[in-house]
Design a protein around this ligand. Structure first.
Ligand code: CA
Length: 422
């Protein structure tokens, strides 16, 4: 009975929100600019980080709603992205690692960019949106990979190459023009200039700060390794905190693979990660300035999202694989919608990455396809203090051994204690 009452209230709020948010009788379709970053935890100025410089993402937060407790549904690229882009939990998609293409088992599902394409939008991809090598070929008008013949599982990355990339960071010349992420922003800018006559869904995915963290020298120079504090729970090798099962902290598979990290090395890696975050922010700024220059901002919903959390030495762990802790699952999420009443506000209730699918549909006046498991965030965009009773679920592991984390409003204290950035 209580659940029913909540649903009725939510429905009423949603109906009011659409009118209030995008204006009654708005004839013009809103565009979507979906900005993604790979392996960026909320180490950002607007999330209260004391060191990291992220002026462009901070400005975006000022123009919209920052979700302080947003969670990915699985702390790994492919399962997390597949969940968001299909609007379904990983336990529904069955995609629990980086090799599986959801299309193999579910050719009838409609992915988020495909849905916008089907509804008259120009659907454009630049950079990493689906996981590398597993693109949804029919979702895009431009920028997609060619169709794969059989949706077969993707080959696992070469283990030797992974180890070779471990424990190092890459310094670029000038503004980083030689790197793919610079070109991702360039391509997004080109698309924006081509898209004057149709509504667009432009997905722009940066590959950094994924390992190896990479940035031009001037971004590294923004941070002094000697001033970077290691987390209180720093350890040289992965070890579960007292009272938690050993399986809750798995071995490192991106950085410091199978070897201890010294405190000096850890500080240097933190510096490189922060620099890589700042360079990603700078590339995002390039795209946002072009959106403004073309006077498209008032017609465009902008979302910024990171695909999962990231350990930076907490509990001796680096990166994300297998971590259901706050550090592994909490992500940056900002939604900036034109005409939204709430600007520069923070929503504190737990929300899920898979809520983005129905949110974008509703903001753009498109019905969500059947089977979508998230909830539109429109009530929170209209009033960040709206009643929001949905929990956030995250899973890790495989079908035989699946760990589950559930977040509700009641675990706020626990989450603050776990976050070493605060
Ligand atoms: Ca990732």
């Amino acid at each position: 009975m209580r659940l029913r009452a909540v649903l009725i209230i939510s429905a009423a709020l949603i109906c009011g929100c659409v009118t209030n948010l995008i204006g009654a009788g708005a004839a013009e379709k809103l565009n979507v600019l979906f900005l993604m970053s790979d392996d960026m935890r909320p180490a950002l100025g607007c999330y209260g980080h004391p060191l990291v410089q992220s002026p462009n993402i901070d400005a975006l937060a000022q123009s919209g709603v920052r979700f302080d407790r947003a969670y990915c549904q699985y702390p790994l690229c492919n399962p997390s992205r597949t969940s968001l882009l299909t609007g379904r939990h990983p336990t529904t998609t069955g995609v629990l690692d980086n090799t599986i293409d959801f299309r193999a088992a579910h050719p009838e599902w409609v992915s988020l960019p495909q849905h916008f394409k089907n509804n008259g939008y120009a659907s454009l991809r630049c950079g990493k949106i689906f996981h590398g090598g597993i693109d949804d070929a029919f979702a895009w008008d431009q920028g997609g990979d060619p169709p794969r013949p059989d949706n077969s599982p993707r080959k696992r990355p070469d283990a030797k190459q992974r180890v070779a990339n471990s424990d190092r960071f890459v310094t670029l010349e000038d503004d980083g023009q030689s790197h793919g992420d610079y070109n991702v922003a360039d391509r997004a800018i080109r698309y924006l200039n081509q898209l004057q006559d149709r509504p667009f869904f432009l997905a722009c995915g940066f590959s950094k700060p994924h390992s190896p963290p990479t940035a031009p020298k001037k971004f590294l120079d923004m941070y002094d390794a000697a001033k970077i504090k290691l987390p209180k729970t720093f350890a040289a090798v992965p070890a579960a905190p007292k009272g938690f099962p050993g399986v809750s902290i798995t071995r490192n598979s991106d950085l410091f693979i199978d070897r201890p990290a010294s405190e000096e090395e850890a500080r240097m890696m933190l510096r490189a990660y922060y620099a890589s975050v700042s360079w990603t922010d700078w590339n995002i700024g390039r795209v946002m300035r072009e959106l403004d220059r073309l006077k498209l901002r008032e017609k465009t919903v902008v979302v910024f999202w990171g695909d999962h959390g990231y350990h930076l030495g907490e509990f001796g762990k680096w990166a994300k694989h297998g971590s259901l802790y706050e550090l592994g699952t909490r992500v940056p999420l900002i939604v900036s919608a034109p005409m939204a009443k709430e600007k520069g506000k923070t929503a504190t209730g737990p929300v899920q990455a898979l809520d983005i699918y129905p949110t974008l549909c509703e903001l753009c006046g498109i019905a969500s396809p059947s089977g979508i498991e998230g909830h539109s965030l429109l009530p929170l965009l209209a009033d960040v203090n709206s009643k929001w009773e949905y929990p956030a679920y995250s899973v890790a592991g495989n079908a035989a051994n699946l760990g589950v984390a559930v977040r509700t409003r009641r675990v706020v204290r626990q989450y603050i204690r776990c976050d070493a950035d605060r």
